[in-house]
Design a protein around this ligand. Structure first.
Ligand code: 5BU
Length: 265
C-alpha cells in the first residue's frame, strides 16, 4: 500500500469484519500491542491476561500448552476480553488438509472456533486449508491470518512461498485479513492486509533457540507492520508484567505515531 492511512481510516474502509473490529479497537484503545501468554497453568494464564488486558488489542494464546485446561478457562478468557476490550488469537498454526483442519478448528477438546476471534494457518498444504477453516469460521465472524513469514532463524517461509501465500490470501479476503509476517505485504493501494509480527523485544536479540527479536520501532516504522507480538519480554519477569506491558504499549504506539508523522497524517 503506497498511500498511508491511520488505523481509524483503515477501519472505516475495510471490507473484512474481523479486520474492522481489530482496527477500530486499536484506534479506540491506542494500542498496537499483542501479548503472547505462553504459560502452562490456567491460573497463571488468567492472571497475566487480566494484568495485560488494559494494554493490549490482542491476547495471543497457545491453548494446548495449558496443563489444567478446561472449558471454564475459555469462559474466563472471554469474560476478560469483554472486560478489557481485546480480541483473542489462538496461535494454532493449522497445517493439514481442509477436511482435517475443519475438525481441528471446530471440534475436539478445545473447540477453538467457538471462542477465538482470530487464528492462523500455514499455507504449505495449499488453498484447501483456507476453505476448510472458512467453512467453520466465517459463519461465526472469525478471521484468519496466514503464516507468510516466520520470525525464527532459518525459516523456510520466504521467496516464492511468501509470494504464493499472499496470492492465496487475495483470493479469500472475506476470511483472510492478514498475515503473520516480518514486513508489510500489500502490493497495491486497494489492498489492506494487516500484519501481526512476532519476534519483538527491547532488551535482547534472541533466545538461543532460533527466535530473533527486533524492536517495536524496527517492526512498525521500518517494516510497516501493524501489530507487535511480545511474549517473554512482558511475562518473563512475573513482578514486572504491568510495567513491561505499559513499556511495550508505549513503544509500539510511539512508533505508529512516528509513522503517521512521516506520512503527514
Ligand atoms: P516470545 O516470547 O516473544 O519469543 O514469543 C513469541 C510468540 O510468538 C510465541 O508464542 C511464538 O509461538 C509466536 N511466534 C513466533 O515467535 N514466531 C513466529 O513466526 C510465529 C509465532 Br508464526
Amino acid at each position: 500500500m503506497n498511500t498511508f492511512k491511520t488505523y481509524g481510516e483503515r477501519a472505516k474502509a475495510h471490507s473484512n469484519a474481523c479486520a474492522r473490529s481489530l482496527l477500530e479497537l486499536m484506534e479506540r484503545k491506542h494500542t498496537n500491542l499483542s501479548v503472547a501468554v505462553d504459560v502452562t497453568k490456567k491460573a497463571e494464564l488468567l492472571s497475566i491476561a487480566d494484568a495485560v488486558g488494559p494494554y493490549v488489542c490482542v491476547l495471543k494464546t497457545h491453548i494446548d500448552i495449558v496443563d489444567d485446561f478446561d472449558q471454564d478457562l475459555v469462559h474466563q478468557l472471554e469474560q476478560l476480553a469483554k472486560k478489557h476490550d481485546f480480541l483473542i488469537f489462538e496461535d494454532r498454526k493449522f497445517a493439514d488438509i481442509g477436511n482435517t483442519v475443519k475438525h481441528q478448528y471446530g471440534n475436539g477438546i478445545y473447540k477453538i472456533a467457538s471462542w477465538s476471534h482470530i487464528t492462523n494457518a500455514h499455507t504449505v498444504p495449499g488453498e484447501g486449508i483456507i476453505q476448510g477453516l472458512k467453512d467453520v469460521g466465517l459463519p461465526l465472524g472469525r478471521g484468519l491470518l496466514l503464516l507468510a513469514e516466520m520470525s525464527s532463524k532459518g525459516a523456510l517461509t520466504k521467496g516464492d512461498y511468501t509470494t504464493e501465500s499472499v496470492a492465496m490470501a487475495r483470493r479469500h479476503q472475506d476470511f483472510v485479513f492478514g498475515f503473520i509476517a516480518q514486513q508489510q505485504m500489500n502490493q497495491t493501494d486497494d489492498e489492506d492486509f494487516l500484519v501481526l509480527t512476532p519476534g519483538v523485544g527491547l532488551d535482547i536479540k534472541g533466545d538461543g533457540m532460533g527466535q530473533q527479536y527486533r524492536t517495536p520501532r524496527e517492526v512498525i516504522v521500518d517494516s510497516g507492520c501493524d501489530v507487535i507480538i511480545v511474549g517473554r519480554g512482558i511475562y518473563g519477569n512475573p513482578d514486572q508484567v504491568q510495567e513491561q506491558s505499559a513499556r511495550y504499549r508505549d513503544a509500539g504506539w510511539a512508533a505508529y505515531l512516528e509513522r503517521c508523522q512521516q506520512h503527514g497524517s
